[in-house]
Design a protein around this ligand. Structure first.
Ligand code: ADP
Length: 396
């Protein structure tokens, strides 16, 4: 089956046509700078890239242009795609498994926008646009929060007034769930073992950690929103909530300005001016002290979470790095796990330095905890979840 996977953001749409039988991407593309004077559509057909630059006024037009480019290249989505899987960031308490989209479901996802104002509205827009253009196939929403729905209450609950929390849906939901689930399953497959106690570190632009016991998460670093936890490209991660009140009172910033500060101008970017990790590493090599401090804060927070999750799990089998930084930045992996041989964690310098696009072990043979690098593939996971749901629905 070919599944179209759509990930619609505020000014961009990423998509991929995935063959779920062999797990390959038949085509992938990116529509970006939607709403700006010059937008860009990039298409990749099995390594063959093409690009168009033109004004893209809205999401509908963006997706239309991408579909037309695909048709010109001989890929007719109407013919070849049997379902569309949509990445949806927040499922709240309502959605915790892949869900067939109808008008009622779409309305509910839209209502959850109060919990995820930056994410759910563009997700809803992407679903609307894709449903209009591919009306004859099922559309499935796959939620970033779903994997963490069953978090133990002690990990999911904030210590605030319980009535207010209940009234406003305030709890720790967790995000990047599709990636944490996919990567932890890949680890078990790769090692040929199951029931493992795992820590998964998803380090991309956004970053999150999870502690997983025998396939079920027992804790994760993101909370009500993706702002909590690790230091990220542009997000602060954990911060004393008192900072928010202080900024409101002393800096006369309103809630939107503080939101923008913590989500878009903090993290690595706030500390060094740069959110891209490769550029940050270059700055460090050039002797930039702000960049060095940003790196140190990033690694410090990471180690703090690894330590906490080791204790929560009691016994640890694996630590896995994934996503752009986790898969590529050997120094982060080495520094995050430096001097932990007393805890049975030993990274092999040579294995860690090797570059590969495949799953691999980077710990020494003597290390009690196996350390791995496993590439994430959220699109494939969404495509498989969509495929499975559509098949079940067809059988019913
Ligand atoms: P997103 O959250 O947008 O999916 P990615 O998982 O693609 O993010 O990760 C993007 C981050 O990965 C960027 O900070 C980028 O600099 C970093 N990255 C990509 N390749 C490398 C590399 N070779 N070395 C260090 N960092 C890298």
């Amino acid at each position: 089956m070919s599944i179209l996977v759509v990930n619609s953001g505020s000014s961009s749409i990423k998509f991929q046509v995935v063959n779920t039988e062999n797990g390959t991407a038949v085509a992938s593309g990116l529509v970006e700078q939607i709403g700006e004077s010059e937008g860009r559509v990039v298409l990749d057909l099995s390594g063959d890239e093409s690009e168009k630059k033109l004004e893209i006024p809205d999401h509908a037009k963006g997706l239309q242009i991408a579909f037309d480019m695909l048709a010109d290249a001989g890929v007719d989505l109407g013919d070849s795609v049997s379902a569309v899987g949509h990445r949806v960031v927040h499922g709240g308490e309502v959605f915790y498994r892949p869900t067939l989209v109808d008008d009622k479901v779409l309305k509910k996802i839209d209502e959850l926008s109060s919990l995820a104002p930056l994410h759910n509205p563009p997700n809803v827009l992407g679903i609307e646009v894709a449903r209009t253009q591919l009306p004859d196939v099922p559309h499935v929403a796959v939620f970033d929060t779903a994997f963490f729905h069953g978090l133990p209450a002690a990990a999911a609950t904030y210590a605030i007034d319980r009535d207010i929390a209940r009234q406003h849906g305030i709890r720790r939901y967790g995000f990047h769930g599709t990636s944490h689930e996919y990567v932890s399953q890949q680890v078990e497959q790769f090692l040929g073992r199951d029931g493992l106690n795992q820590i998964v570190l998803h380090l991309g632009n956004g970053a999150s950690a999870s502690a997983i016991r025998a396939g079920s998460p027992i804790d994760t670093s993101m909370g009500l929103t993706p702002l909590e936890g690790l230091v990220m490209g542009t997000r602060s991660g954990d911060i004393d909530p008192g900072v928010v009140m202080h900024l409101r009172r002393s800096a006369d910033m309103d809630v939107d300005a503080i939101d923008e500060l913590l989500n878009r101008r903090s993290g690595l970017k706030g500390l060094s001016g740069i959110n891209d990790f490769r550029a940050l590493q270059k700055r460090i090599d050039d002797g930039d002290s702000d960049a060095s401090l940003a790196y140190d804060v990033y690694v410090h927070r990471l180690r703090k979470y690894i330590g906490a999750y080791m204790l929560e799990l009691g016994h640890l089998d694996t630590i896995t790095f994934t996503a752009g930084v986790g898969e590529n930045a050997a120094s982060v992996r080495a520094d995050a796990l430096a001097n932990l041989s007393g805890f049975g964690i030993e990274v092999d310098e040579e294995r860690n330095a090797q570059r590969s696009k495949h799953a691999r072990v980077i710990s020494t043979d003597a290390s009690a905890v196996t350390v791995l690098v496993v590439p994430t593939n959220e699109e494939l996971a969404i495509a498989r979840a969509t495929d499975a749901l559509v098949r079940t629905a067809n059988e019913a």
